[in-house]
Design a binder for this molecule. Structure first.
Ligand code: CTP
Length: 399
């Protein structure tokens, strides 16, 4: 599975760097091609000479390396790689990746790389649990970078807890699983809608909802990493994924989302409608600011088009159509009615009654209801893992 694959390893300054020569040996044994880029401080933990000998390639540290007298281009390294694995990832480089600070070759390579990027944090438990580290990890995931989560155990500090870099054998297994999964949806066209819509009332006010787009982004990243050509139609959100297989179509209103979805549906083999589309929109949005006058203001709204129902009516036999249902009461019954009415292959139900599920949270708890009405409940998990469950279910339905 790894034979001939080009694996670029980025090493940063962490004690776990001593494990990377083992990782390189395992990858070479699998007939992968390995190149290495290191931060200057990583050289305090493991020598470039060892890594160069094991990888059978020069190691890049600075753009110009006195040792081999060559120019090491971040663009060339990033475009060479099929996959970039940053391991171990220190808290310092993690923070730089989250904000884009580019003060060395490794960071320039990270920003320029267009291949899938894995990151394996390694640090002390207190550093790992710090809110800034956790939010940096979430930020990287929202860019589409794939977390190789640290494990629990004895740390170099002598403390016990999370922060140990995943073992090299397991990193190799993760890469193997990634490359085998990368073929599952290869070349399939998938349309995903995500985020809220914003409906203007006047130039300064609007109607919208709390959708963050995190679930739709996670689905787009997961589908793209399985090799699908993804079109992500997204309403306004604070962060969007970056991936070579994801084409972004940014929209604002329900009407714009409607046209973008219709335009991209005909060619799609699968469509997942994760967007929180406004059901009612102002009839007569004003061009000038509405000034306050009377005690009461009547705002007239009209029903927007139900995009999913329209796609359901147009759906060809082989197209897979998936909807979401956000419910607060009578959940399963209501979701089943939507499944039927909108002609879906399955519906993903999330209940606002479950703590940690629904809008604006990094986690979600869903049940999938299949075409024949069977209900499959899942546990509360990070949205990236919920995306895996949904796409596993969907992949079984696609030809
Ligand atoms: N949806 C849509 N167009 C709309 C409204 C909803 O495509 N104008 C889609 C959503 O993206 C979701 C599904 O329909 O996949 C169900 O959305 P939900 O808000 O749960 O239900 P509604 O059909 O809008 O019904 P209600 O608001 O009465 O629950």
């Amino acid at each position: 599975m790894l034979s001939g694959k080009k694996v670029l390893i980025g090493i940063t300054g962490s004690i776990a760097a001593y494990k990377i020569p083992f990782l390189v040996r395992l990858l070479i044994r699998e007939n992968a091609e390995v190149r290495i880029v290191m931060s200057q401080s990583a050289c305090d933990f493991v020598t470039p000479l060892t890594l160069s000998a094991l990888s059978q390639n020069p190691v890049s540290i600075k753009p110009f390396n006195e040792s081999d007298g060559k120019w090491h281009s971040h663009i060339e390294l990033g475009s060479w790689a099929d996959v970039f694995v940053i391991a171990p990832l220190s808290a310092n480089t993690l923070a730089k990746m989250s904000t884009g600070i580019t003060d060395n070759l490794l960071m320039a390579t990270y920003l320029a790389a267009r291949c899938p990027i894995f990151f394996a944090p390694a640090m002390d438990v207190d550093m790992f649990e710090h809110p800034s580290t956790q939010s940096n990890i979430q930020r990287l995931q929202s860019y589409g970078n794939i977390l190789i989560a640290p494990t629990e155990g004895e740390l170099a500090s002598g403390l016990l807890g999370y922060g140990r870099m995943e073992e090299p054998e397991n990193i190799v297994s993760i890469l193997k699983a990634f490359f085998s999964k990368a073929l599952a949806l290869k070349g399939k066209k998938i349309l995903i809608s995500s985020g809220p819509t914003i409906e203007p009332i006047d130039p300064v006010r609007f109607i919208s909802n709390y959708s963050s787009g995190l679930m739709g982004n996670a689905l787009a990243i997961e589908a793209a990493s399985r090799g699908a050509d993804v079109t992500l139609v997204s309403g306004p959100v604070s962060s969007l994924p970056v991936h070579p297989n994801i084409r972004l179509v940014k929209v604002t209103t329900a009407a714009e989302m409607h046209s973008a979805c219709l335009e991209n549906f005909t060619d799609a083999e699968m469509c997942i409608m994760a967007a929180a589309v406004a059901d009612y929109v102002p009839i007569d949005p004003q061009n000038q600011k509405i000034h306050k006058s009377e005690d009461k203001l009547m705002l007239q709204l009209k029903k927007s088009v139900d995009i999913l129902a329209e796609l359901g009516a147009k759906k060809r036999k082989k197209q897979v159509l998936i909807g979401f249902a956000l419910e607060t009461n009578n959940e399963i019954e209501s979701a089943k009615q939507k499944l039927e009415k909108k002609n879906l292959d399955f519906i993903v139900l999330n209940s606002l009654q479950t703590p940690g599920a629904g809008f604006s949270t990094p986690t979600n708890q869903v049940s999938i209801i299949s075409r024949n009405g069977e209900v499959f409940p899942y546990k509360l998990k990070p949205k990236s893992e919920v995306a895996v469950d949904i796409l596993d279910f969907a992949t079984n339905l696609i030809d």
